[in-house]
Design a protein around this ligand. Structure first.
Ligand code: AP5
Ligand code: MG
Length: 210
């Protein structure tokens, strides 16, 4: 099963993908997490991607397609988070999957309005070591500023500053939202209201995947 989680920045794609990957024994492939790991490791790809990410722009299609399409054979069940994000990426994914006799089974569009996105992103904190994600109000850690799993300091993502969040929303509406139409035509897209609690959203995403 290959499923795509679509939605604006801060919709909860990563939160839901982490929960469901564990439950469904699926591989969670997040293009954003992979890029941040490349950046932290100081690789050539990480260096090339850094400026785009920090400005709230998309990393060029050629770099992303090369990084992601080859990974589609890594597991039987895959949850894609943050990829594809442009029509060119969606088309390259279709071509890559067809080559391996694979196909997309479901696309879930997690719907959250811009004003809620801004609240979520400015309060998001994550563990630089294990990647666990929190929110200062909606999903707080047991001890303020410390990761529940390893006790290390929580950090704010560079691109969660208010001015970058606004730019990321513009980028989303211009370049990624057209994918909702593209995938509606495939007949595989289901919309889920992402404004409820993470638990309620999880139940809906799970039902939509079935
Ligand atoms: P990426 O890391 O993919 O960022 P994004 O799509 O902007 O999404 P986020 O990770 O910010 O949000 P999310 O939907 O995962 O929400 P989360 O679960 O964390 O990409 C970063 C950058 O990399 C891009 O800007 C681009 O430069 C580059 N990039 C990546 N992929 C690319 C591609 N394919 N092409 C080109 N460039 C690419 O939740 C957010 C917060 O809300 C958390 O604090 C969480 O605790 C909280 N929360 C979650 N669910 C709920 C809920 N139901 N109620 C209340 N709070 C909630
Ligand atoms: Mg994410």
């Amino acid at each position: 099963m290959i499923a795509i989680l679509l939605g604006p920045p801060g919709a909860g794609k990563g939160t839901q993908a982490k929960r469901l990957a564990q439950k469904m024994q699926a591989l969670h492939l997040s293009s954003g997490d992979l890029l941040r790991a490349e950046k932290a490791a100081g690789t050539e790809l990480g260096k090339q991607a850094a400026g785009y990410m920090d400005r709230g722009e998309l990393v060029p299609d050629s770099l992303i397609i090369e990084m992601m399409v080859g990974k589609m054979t890594q597991a039987k069940s895959i949850l894609l988070d943050g990829f594809p994000r442009t029509l060119a990426q969606a088309e390259a994914l279709d071509v890559g999957l067809t080559k391996h006799g694979l196909k997309i089974h479901r696309i879930i569009n997690i719907d959250v309005p811009d004003v809620e996105v801004e609240r979520r992103m400015t309060g998001r904190r994550s563990c630089a070591a294990c990647g666990a994600v929190y929110h200062v109000d909606f999903a707080p850690p047991k001890t303020a500023g410390k990761c529940d799993k390893d006790g290390l300091d929580l950090v704010q993502r560079n691109d969660d500053k208010p001015e970058v969040v606004r730019k990321r929303l513009i980028t989303y509406h211009q370049q990624t939202q057209p994918l909702v139409d593209y995938y509606s035509k495939h007949g595989l897209l289901k919309d889920v209201d992402g404004t409820q609690s993470p638990e309620k959203v999880e139940t809906k995403v799970e039902a939509a995947l079935a």
